[in-house]
Design a protein around this ligand. Structure first.
Ligand SMILES: Nc1nc2c(ncn2[C@@H]2O[C@H](COP(=O)(O)OP(=O)(O)OP(=O)(O)O)[C@@H](O)[C@H]2O)c(=O)[nH]1
Ligand SMILES: [Zn+2]
Length: 209
């Protein structure tokens, strides 16, 4: 994929001062951002996250998913570590876009799980691509990463795209009653490395009492 580097600036956050780098996909015009901190071009593996956009979780405090919590955890871990990079990838709703994600949420409100909802709308469960990551990391001088993710497909896709992922670092945060089922579905159907919460069906417990 052809990616054009556009500009960099400071980005002060509650976690520390990052440098923000803006990139543009030449074929689609999609804009992606990298936030970096510390020395990331020394060749030493860099703590990294490739975070796909989730407007609802990242900006609107949604508790339906774990995205906002993971974004915060990733930035906080990078700051504590003193060096690292977060790629903020503009592929909302696992690549189906915001408005389709709202349609998918509507189906989930009626009982579908996150995978079934995508499929009912005619999409695959996960439509994302990670081809932009390698050129973004190369521009930043990053040679190898320790990737914060629970998603085995992400590790595989990044490796296949030419990124040297030397380690997977677990990032399991933010489980709550609103995203419990969503996280269990991610583990069961998408293969995420997440502890699942056991569901005990108590609906018939008193039937013979
Ligand atoms: N279609 C759809 N997309 C969702 C739903 N919930 C969250 N998303 C999107 O899923 C993506 C989550 O991306 P990541 O944070 O990279 O998470 P991940 O691939 O599950 O893997 P991790 O690295 O373990 O977090 C974002 O693009 C969200 O907008 C949903 O119910 N339906
Ligand atoms: Zn989300």
């Amino acid at each position: 994929m052809s990616i054009k580097y556009i500009a960099s600036s400071k980005l002060p956050t509650p976690f520390g001062i990052f440098t923000m780098h803006g990139f543009e996909e030449e074929s689609t015009g999609k804009e992606h951002v990298a936030l970096s901190m510390g020395d990331i071009d020394s060749g030493e593996p860099v703590l990294a996250r490739a975070h796909s956009e989730c407007l609802t979780g990242d900006a609107l405090f949604s508790m339906r998913c774990d995205c906002g919590y993971q974004l915060e955890e990733a930035l906080s871990s990078i700051a504590k570590n003193g060096r690292g990079v977060l790629l903020y990838l503009r592929q909302e709703g696992r690549g189906i876009g915001l408005l389709n994600k709202i349609k998918a949420y509507n189906l989930q409100d009626q009982g579908a799980d996150t995978v079934e909802a995508n499929e009912r709308l005619g999409f695959g469960a996960d439509m994302r691509q990670y081809d932009m990551c390698q050129p973004m990391l190369e521009h930043l001088g990053v040679k190898a990463i320790r990737l914060m993710t629970n998603n085995p497909r992400k590790v595989k896709a990044l490796s296949e795209a030419g990124v040297d992922v030397v380690e997977r670092v677990s990032i399991e945060v933010g489980r709550n009653p609103h995203n419990d089922g969503y996280l269990n579905t991610k583990a069961a159907k998408l293969g995420h490395y997440l502890k699942t919460t056991a569901k005990v069906d108590i609906s018939h417990q008193d039937d013979d009492a």
